[in-house]
Design a binder for this molecule. Structure first.
Ligand SMILES: [Zn+2]
Length: 67
């Protein structure tokens, strides 16, 4: 059975937050994940941190632990 991780609402405004994917735009195009609030635009990671964020579940966990 698959267990889906839920993304908690934004810690700042309580709105729904979405996971999104972007790639580096380079040839070896690696995908990066981040989470952004649909209301206030708060994001989980700084651009620099995107380089580390190829683990979807880890990003969700980080977001959920954020206070
Ligand atoms: Zn928000």
């Amino acid at each position: 059975m698959k267990r889906k991780k839920n993304i908690l609402p934004c810690p700042f405004c309580g709105s729904k937050a979405n996971l999104f994917v972007m790639d580096s735009g380079k040839k070896d195009s690696k995908k990066y994940y981040d989470i952004e609030c649909t209301n206030c635009g708060a994001i989980m990671l700084t651009p620099k941190q995107h380089m580390l964020s190829d683990n979807k579940l880890e990003i969700i966990e980080m977001w959920n632990k954020r206070v």
